[in-house]
Design a protein around this ligand. Structure first.
Ligand SMILES: [Zn+2]
Length: 350
């Protein structure tokens, strides 16, 4: 078969498979498949996890509408009470969490959640709010996206387990062409950076910015902007709850010594309590994967007086689960409606 003919046949078979997949999905949703999945999992709790919010909130508005009509959206304090007492939650329970403390929550999402009267907890990283400065991972993203270069040589950060390695020893030539490529590269380097001790990671951060020839604005612009305390107070008066997400968003197991861990966890809690004059009872682990949470970190969180802590491990919460290792389901305020419905029911969520 000529090459072009073979290519066309392969292309047709991919398109046929896609069409079949769309048809099956439409039939599944149209015939009440999601209602059946929701019913089977009605006793489980889904804790949704959001981060940044775009200006266009039409999809978020539909998500809130769907939650209002198909779920009981409850506060994290209700989650804590049920887990402590062992009593069941209402069927179809959902809790909504927002991590990091970007300004886009106040400007874009808060009016939507308020309109639908849904309880939300926002987990704040207090250091950047105090300094009106950058979250470290946003610096990586900004540097890759805004570099004036088309190609660059970067430290590869691929030295064994990376813990004590001379990370400058190997370099990698990276092509920066293509707008889609840059966010992917930022994510890739961010992941590599996470394997280093926190102090080394921050040195790498400065070096990356200098290699990429980017000078950061002192105040993070646009989607990188963080909340200020006045906005936090306004939202607290309107019923938004606030939790702690550390002071500087480090990976807590990559800090040096217990004092630093205590400072990140207790320092953030104390700062929010001082501003809002109310107890802060809920914690969200930065990064939140199993390897980021040691027994020592868990003990500090418990001893600091938190009653729940959420991770970024995916899945629903069941009766009897540890209130300090709560799983969540990542949601984006721009995802297609069918996908959001699947995510909330923890269906086909990786
Ligand atoms: Zn975070």
């Amino acid at each position: 078969m000529p090459i072009l003919g073979r290519f066309t046949t392969v292309n047709h078979s991919i398109m046929a498979r896609k069409r079949l997949f769309f048809t099956v999905r439409r039939l599944f949703h149209g015939c009440g498949g999601m209602a059946a999945i929701r019913w089977l999992r009605r006793e489980n709790l889904s804790i949704l996890m959001y981060h940044k919010f775009p200006e266009d909130t039409s999809a978020l508005d539909r998500q809130c509408h769907y939650l209002r009509h198909h779920y009981h959206v409850i506060s994290m304090s209700s989650v804590a009470s049920a887990l402590r007492s062992g009593s069941p939650l209402p069927d179809y329970s959902v809790a909504i969490t927002v991590d990091d403390g970007h300004r886009s929550f106040y400007e874009n999402a808060f009016p939507v959640f308020r309109k639908h009267q849904l309880p939300v907890i926002v987990n704040l990283t207090t250091g950047p709010i105090d300094a009106q400065s950058w979250l470290w991972f946003d610096r990586v993203s900004y540097a890759f996206i805004n570099s004036p270069l088309q190609a660059v040589t970067l430290p590869s950060l691929r030295m064994g387990d990376g813990l004590e390695a001379p990370w400058r020893n190997t370099v990698e030539d990276v092509v920066l062409e293509g707008a889609e490529r840059r966010p992917r590269l930022a994510d890739e380097w961010m992941e590599r950076m996470k394997s280093f001790p926190d102090s080394t990671m921050r040195q790498i951060l400065s070096e990356l910015e200098s290699c990429l020839e980017v000078s950061l604005p002192s105040k993070p612009p646009g989607p990188y902007a963080v909340l200020d305390w006045e906005q936090v107070k306004i939202m607290a008066r309107s019923g938004i709850d606030f939790g702690s997400h550390s002071v500087t968003h480090p990976i807590l197991t990559r800090l040096t010594g217990l004092a630093q861990v205590e400072q990140e966890i207790r320092g953030s809690k104390g700062r929010i309590e001082a501003v809002l004059d109310r107890p802060v009872a809920h914690f969200a682990f930065p990064n939140g994967q199993p390897e980021d949470i040691s027994d020592e970190v868990l003990r500090v969180v418990r001893d600091a007086g938190f009653i729940t802590a959420v991770t970024t491990s995916g899945g629903q919460v069941q009766r009897g689960d540890n209130p300090y290792l709560l799983k969540r389901i990542s949601c984006k305020p721009v995802m297609p409606d069918y996908q959001f419905r699947q995510h909330v029911a923890a269906f086909r969520v990786r």
